[in-house]
Each structure stands twice: as C-alpha cells, then as structure tokens.
Design a protein around this ligand. Structure first.
Ligand SMILES: Cc1cc2nc3c(=O)[nH]c(=O)nc-3n(C[C@H](O)[C@H](O)[C@H](O)COP(=O)(O)OP(=O)(O)OC[C@H]3O[C@@H](n4cnc5c(N)ncnc54)[C@H](O)[C@@H]3O)c2cc1C
Length: 358
C-alpha cells in the first residue's frame, strides 16, 4: 500500500510487480524533488558518535566509500543526525539442521533465488513458508518435478499438483534423503532455505550503543530512536506483517518532528523502561526473542507513533484491508489471491472490485 501522500496510479492492479514498486519510488522522488538530496553509489562503511559538550547530541562521523571502487574516494563527513534505513532482507538467516553441511546437492537461500529454471526437473525441498517460501514454492513448481514444501504452518489452500506439504525438516542424510518431523522421508536434489533474514548493522561503531542479538536490536525507543543518542534513529525495523510504506512514513514523520524540535522525547531512563515493557509484553504473549520488532497490526503502534509525532493517524483502511487479505484470502487461496483487486472508497472503506480467486 502506498505512502499516504502519494497514491499508486489508479490503473495499476492492487498487487504490484517489483518493477512497479521501483517505478513508484522513482516517481515519488521526482514528484517531491528529492533526487537533489541523494548521493547515489555511496556505501556507508562506518558511523560513529563523536562526543562533545552535549553528550546526548554527539556529532556523527560517517565514512562513505564509492560503492564500485570500495576504498577509493573515501569521504569522512560530519552530521548532526543519522537515520539508518539499510533494510533487513539482505543477510540470510540459516537454520540449524543436523547434517545440512553433508547434503550432496544444491543448498540455496531464498536471497539467491532468481529463476525457477535452475530447478528444472528436480526434486527439491522448500524449507519455510513466509512470503518468500510461498512465492518461490509456486514459482518453482512450474519447473521442478516435485516440490516438498516443509514448514510449521497449516495451509488449507489448493497448491500445484506436484507440491507436497510436510512438517519441518528434522535431519538430512549424506545420500540426499531428507527426514521430516512428520516421520516421512524423501530423496531430493536440492534444498531451498526460505528461512528469513538477520538484522545487521555492520557499519555501526560499538560506541553507537546499539546491540543486535538474535534479531533483537536493543536501546531503541518505539523501535525508532536510540535511547542513549536519539539523534541516531532507525526506519523500517518493524517492516514485517504490515504494509511497509505507510508505517515507514509515520516513523519518518516522528523522526522529523523530534529532529526539528517540534516534539521532544522522554528521558533515556523512561525510554529504556518503555522498551523493556514492550519486550516483556511480547514474551508474555509467547513471542520468541527474534520477533522483538514484529508488530504486524497488533495493538495501536501506528496510532501511537502518529500521536507522538503530532501528525494524522493512518486511515483505518490500511489495517482493515491488510488483515482481510492476510487472514481471509492469503491462507485459503495461495495460488490466486494476488489476482484480487481492491478499491479504496472516498469514505475510507474498501471494496473488492475484481475477485478472481475461486
Ligand atoms: C522477496 C521479497 C519480497 C517482498 N515483497 C514485499 C511486498 O510484496 N510488499 C511489501 O510491503 N514488502 C515486501 N517486501 C519487503 C520490502 O521489500 C521491505 O520491507 C522494504 O524494501 C524495506 O525498505 P527499506 O527502505 O527499509 O529497505 P530496502 O528496500 O532493503 O533498502 C535498503 C537500502 O539500503 C542500502 N544499504 C544497505 N546498507 C548500506 C550501506 N552500508 N551503505 C549504503 N547503503 C546501504 C541498500 O543497498 C538498499 O538500497 C519484500 C521483500 C523481499 C525480500
């Protein structure tokens, strides 16, 4: 779903291709005349606070290298604030599976998946059923001989005839046999791991007071502000299980309101207490540590951020439509739900305008 201040072209279908997402972001940058602020082809290799008189507001030393030549053209720049938006879908999260290292065939993570043809005529296991696992399973089923879709969920949806669902992988034999938790075993040529990603900030100096353990980033208020040095902030940690652009937009507006002085933050102690309370609530709900930043549509995170930022709340249509697709279309119509088309009405409701799912 689009940024609230820039709708998708009305002629586009509701489920966009990645080419359309790119086009949308380029159009957004043109529309708001943002290109003049962007220095492309620049890789940030280090971010470090230089502590001066005001210990809460360090000067940020940022080392920038040319992304092509790596070390050449290194610049050391100083900033009043740094906003980290490096994305969290780049460093593969690899599962611990007994004897995976001795598997004789191809083991690939979804991060490296590009074309289904690599698996032409193969028998393969797809391990994991998040968005990547589901999408790749359907894509690869067009080429593979047999796909064993191994995961913890229960999908009632119809799947291609050459897809067989299994419980998670339990262990692997050197001859290529994979044992599943349901007690069954299958001999396969390839294993495709769709097991998600690790949050990583390799450029943040230890002095930044940010720690990452098991995908939990600590010393963060509302998943955004570093509690020790609030001029270091983060956008996009809570990207999963909700529409990214509307939420990122709120986080950005909150940061802008604080950096401009329109809004102030609580004390460091209060922010740490708030973070701890949030984390303990998650644990009490049975969530694992590595879900520390998964908010989804739970609670009123977006409403709270809007209120703290002093900006408009998101239209309720975002949550309502997202939940409808996620709970009522996706699990039952995996093969077809992306053919649905929705329209957002002027009164803030939505309608299903084209329903091609059986
Ligand atoms: C296969 C796949 C399908 C997805 N499908 C959907 C979908 O249908 N709908 C949806 O809402 N979301 C989807 N997502 C999630 C969505 O892509 C992310 O939530 C979104 O891209 C996050 O935006 P971002 O700007 O935070 O990070 P990114 O889009 O990852 O951008 C981060 C940028 O930071 C740059 N960067 C990183 N480190 C450095 C550094 N040291 N120096 C300089 N630059 C750096 C990267 O090169 C990149 O350009 C999908 C993700 C994947 C992997």
């Amino acid at each position: 779903m689009a940024f609230p201040d820039f709708p998708f072209p009305s002629e586009w279908n509701s489920f966009l291709s990645h080419q359309q997402v790119l086009r949308y972001l380029q159009d957004y940058a043109c529309h708001f005349d943002l290109y003049k602020f962007i220095q492309f082809n620049s890789s940030i290799s280090s971010v470090r606070p230089l502590i001066g008189k005001d210990s809460q507001k360090p000067v940020w030393e940022v080392v920038v290298t040319d992304a092509d030549t790596i070390k050449e053209l290194q610049q050391v720049l100083l900033f009043d604030a740094v906003i980290v938006c490096n994305g969290h879908f780049a460093v593969p999260r690899l599962p611990v599976i007994p004897h995976l290292e001795s598997f004789p065939g191809l083991v690939m993570h979804s991060h490296n998946y590009r074309h289904p043809e690599v698996f032409q005529g193969k028998h393969l296991v797809i391990f994991g059923s998040g968005p990547s696992g589901v999408d790749i399973c359907l894509d690869v089923a067009n080429c593979a001989e047999k796909v064993y879709f191994s995961h913890k969920n229960t999908f009632c949806s119809k799947l291609p005839e050459n897809v067989e669902q299994h419980r998670p992988i339990m262990s692997i034999c050197m001859d290529g046999t994979v044992m599943f938790e349901d007690g069954q075993e299958r001999k396969v040529d390839s294993i495709l791991l769709c097991t998600g990603y690790m949050i990583s900030f390799p450029f943040l100096h230890d002095d930044c007071s940010i720690m990452v353990r098991n995908n939990r980033v600590t010393h963060l208020y509302k998943h955004i502000f570093n509690t020790k040095y609030p001029t270091l902030s983060f956008i996009g940690l809570c990207a999963k299980k909700f529409c990214t652009f509307p939420r990122f937009s709120l986080q950005a507006q909150y940061i802008a309101s604080v950096l401009s002085g329109r809004k102030s933050l609580p004390s460091e102690g209060q922010m740490n207490a708030d973070e701890e309370q949030d984390f303990q609530e998650r644990l009490s709900l049975g969530m694992p540590e590595h879900h520390a930043h998964i908010i989804g549509t739970r609670g009123d995170y977006d409403g709270i951020i809007a209120q703290l930022a002093g900006v408009d709340r998101l239209s309720p249509v975002y949550h309502s439509l997202f939940n409808y697709v996620r709970e009522e279309r996706f699990p039952y119509h995996l093969m077809h739900y992306k053919k649905d088309n929705f329209r957002v009405n002027s009164d803030g409701t939505w309608s299903l305008v084209k329903n091609l799912t059986p």
